[in-house]
Design a protein around this ligand. Structure first.
Ligand SMILES: Nc1nc2c(ncn2[C@H]2C[C@H](O)[C@@H](COP(=O)(O)OP(=O)(O)OP(=O)(O)O)O2)c(=O)[nH]1
Length: 205
C-alpha cells in the first residue's frame, strides 16, 4: 500500500478537538492525539497584555500547544492549533454552559464575525511552520426563542465550538453569509497546513 505520510511515526495532534482530528484523518494522515494541557487563559492573559490582536492570539496559543507536546516528543512532527472568534472588538471562547451559549449567540446575532484559525508545526521543541486562516460569517438576526430552539435542536455538541455552532450541521441555519475556507471555519486551515507538511517533506503527494 503506497504511503502518503513519509515519517516513520504518526503526526501528533496537540489538540483534543474531535473536529480537527476528523479533518486530518479525512485527508488520509495517520494521526495520534495528545492534550497539550497548557493553561490557555494564562497564555491569553499574557498575550493580551502584550497587545496581541485576535489572529496573533490564536497563533500564540497554537504555538504554545505545539511546543508543549513537542518538548515531550522531540522526535515527532507535532501540530498545535487554536481558533479565536472576534466580533466588533470582542473576543469569544467556547461557552462554559447553556446560559453562556445563549448570551454568546445573542451577541453574535445580526452581526458579522471573524474566525481566526491558527496552526503551528513543531519538531524538536521548535516551531518550524506557522499557518493562519481567517473566515467571516454573517449571522442572521435571532430572537431569544430562535436561539432556544436552535440550542435544543443542535444539542450539547455545539458547546464545544468557539462560535456555538457546527457549520456542517445545524449551525448552517444561523447564517446569511459565509466567506472563507471550510476547514478554517472548522478550526484547522488544511490547505496551508498541507503545503507546510509538503515543504517539510512529510507528504508523498
Ligand atoms: N465541527 C465543527 N467544529 C467547529 C466549528 N467551528 C469551531 N469548531 C470547533 C473546532 C475546535 O474544536 C473548537 C475551537 O476551540 P479551540 O481552538 O479552543 O479548540 P479546542 O478547545 O476544541 O481543542 P484544543 O484547545 O485544541 O485541545 O471549535 C464548526 O463549524 N464545526
Amino acid at each position: 500500500m503506497p504511503a502518503l505520510w513519509t515519517p516513520s511515526d504518526k503526526l501528533l495532534l496537540a489538540s483534543m478537538s474531535a473536529t480537527r482530528l476528523a479533518l486530518l484523518v479525512s485527508a488520509g494522515l495517520p494521526v495520534e492525539t495528545q492534550d497539550s494541557a497548557i493553561d490557555e487563559r494564562a497564555v491569553e492573559h499574557a498575550a493580551v497584555h502584550e497587545g496581541l490582536d485576535p489572529p496573533a492570539l490564536a497563533a500564540r496559543l497554537a504555538e504554545e500547544k505545539a511546543l508543549a507536546v513537542s518538548r515531550r516528543h522531540p522526535d515527532r512532527v507535532v501540530i498545535g492549533a487554536d481558533q479565536v472568534l472576534a466580533c466588533e472588538g470582542r473576543v469569544f471562547h467556547k461557552p462554559a454552559d447553556r446560559p453562556a451559549a445563549e448570551a454568546q449567540l445573542m451577541a453574535l446575532s445580526g452581526r458579522r464575525h471573524a474566525l481566526h484559525s491558527a496552526g503551528a508545526l513543531a519538531i524538536g521543541g521548535q516551531v518550524v511552520e506557522r499557518i493562519l486562516g481567517t473566515a467571516h460569517l454573517t449571522m442572521r438576526p435571532l430572537t431569544e426563542e430562535a436561539v432556544e430552539l436552535y440550542l435544543d435542536l443542535a444539542g450539547p455538541d455545539v458547546l464545544r465550538s468557539v462560535g456555538v455552532y457546527q457549520l456542517e450541521g445545524f449551525g448552517v441555519h444561523l447564517f446569511e453569509a459565509v466567506e472563507g475556507d471550510h476547514s478554517t471555519i472548522l478550526g484547522l486551515p488544511l490547505l496551508p497546513l498541507l503545503a507546510s507538511l509538503r515543504r517539510l517533506g512529510c507528504l508523498a503527494l
